[in-house]
Design a protein around this ligand. Structure first.
Ligand SMILES: Cc1cc2nc3c(=O)[nH]c(=O)nc-3n(C[C@H](O)[C@H](O)[C@H](O)COP(=O)(O)O)c2cc1C
Length: 369
């Protein structure tokens, strides 16, 4: 896409500005990097997206991110949900569709390989009230790819085209797709798949610039994201290795993508989207203090009690408690004590004592790195 067209389409999307790649920006220039995405009929307030993460981005965690980052997070995406389980009325899978009005706009991601089941699952997602349905073409897990879903769909382009075309016809909410770079370093085909995805009517594409074989090793290829963005008219979101405000703004002001997804960094720093927006506007970046951390853990406790799909959520509660103290002084022993606590109350007691009365917090950027 030429720069001239870029300016028009960026204006239409209201998203990232293009500029010299690689320069983090704050203040006026950075503020222009933050803007709404137009995803079919859905418009988001910002182009900062919470990544889908299996076992993490359920209703409780998505609401925690909303509570900590407010409307700086433009879109939240659910963990992936099996089309097979949904269409077989599996009770646990159906519970994963649960959401809260406060989460909107909300995208629910599904995975599978059978077009008919994917259509039925997408209709269930629409009926459940999601604003967007997202199709997973990036999951590397053997049990998913063996059955033809996730990243395997990037090797089965005819099958992917059929799924997309059928889902597109069946639902009236926007349809989006998330892909990886390709299967392995000898078969990087994200550009071909991206063009196919757009031609089959998808409203947005997210690209995690690693191959299936890489899993999470190495680093995500943002040049690939930028190349794909040049070729498409729909918004292109980049995913991978955004750990702080500077990293997000570097990708946005550098013109790599129309929006950025944040995944792992948000697991220990649910304030990250507010931090990115503050940095972009040249405002002080909130470093969560002792009280904020305690409040976040208690909020998560209440959200898990009310919204968790699975009653056995002690592990997830421990996980957040450990991540919230990571990077603080002498926290290794506290993380061990949190790991050993066998109740929600026990975890909370260890955490609160340390956070409120332990050694002072250090740089939070270290905590999320
Ligand atoms: C625990 C975990 C679970 C994930 N589950 C999903 C998923 O369900 N669907 C998906 O498209 N990507 C999933 N991903 C990939 C992330 O969405 C994201 O693309 C990747 O982690 C790179 O971004 P990050 O460096 O910001 O974490 C998962 C990643 C992690 C770490």
């Amino acid at each position: 896409m030429s720069e001239e067209h870029r300016a028009v389409s960026i204006g239409e999307r209201g998203a990232a500005v293009s500029g010299d790649r690689g320069a983090p920006a704050t203040g006026e220039h950075g503020a222009a990097a933050i803007g709404g995405l137009r995803i079919g009929a859905v418009t988001t307030r910002t182009n900062l997206v919470l990544s889908p993460m299996s076992g993490v981005t359920d209703c409780a965690f998505r609401m925690l991110v909303r509570a900590c980052s407010g409307d700086s997070v433009g879109l939240v995406v659910s963990e992936f949900i099996a089309a097979e389980g949904l269409t077989r009325d599996n009770e646990k899978t159906l519970r994963m569709l649960r959401h809260d009005e406060s989460e909107r706009p909300l995208s629910i991601q599904i995975f599978g390989a059978d077009a008919e089941r994917m259509v039925r699952a997408a209709c269930m997602v629409e009926d459940a009230g999601a604003d967007i349905v997202d199709i997973n073409c990036g999951c590397p897990a053997p049990k998913v790819v063996r059955r033809g879903g996730g990243a395997e769909l990037m090797r089965q382009s005819a099958s992917l085209a059929t799924i997309l075309r059928s889902v597109r016809r069946a639902v009236s909410i926007p349809v989006t797709v998330k892909i990886r770079a390709g299967w392995d370093c000898d078969s990087i085909n994200a550009s071909d798949i991206a063009r196919l995805v757009e031609s089959e009517g998808a409203d947005m594409l997210a690209v995690h610039g690693r191959t299936r074989v890489q899993l999470y090793s190495g680093s995500a290829d943002w040049d690939l994201v930028a190349d794909i963005r040049e070729q498409l008219s729909i918004p292109v979101i980049g995913s991978g290795d955004v750990v702080d405000a500077d990293g997000a703004l570097e990708r946005l002001t550098g013109g790599y993508a129309d929006g950025v997804m944040v995944g792992r960094a948000a697991m220990g720093n649910p304030w990250i989207f507010a931090q990115i927006e503050a940095a972009a506007g040249g405002r002080p970046v909130l470093q969560p203090g002792r009280q904020e951390r305690v409040r976040a853990l208690r909020t998560f406790r209440d959200l898990l009690r009310e919204h968790a799909c699975d009653r056995r959520y002690l592990g997830r509660f421990r996980g957040l408690a450990c991540r919230l103290v990571k990077g603080m002084r002498e926290s290794a022993a506290v993380r061990r004590a949190i790991g050993a606590a066998d109740s929600i109350e026990g975890v909370e007691a260890v955490f609160t004592e340390y956070v409120l009365h332990g050694p002072e917090t250090v740089d939070h950027a270290t905590a999320v790195a």
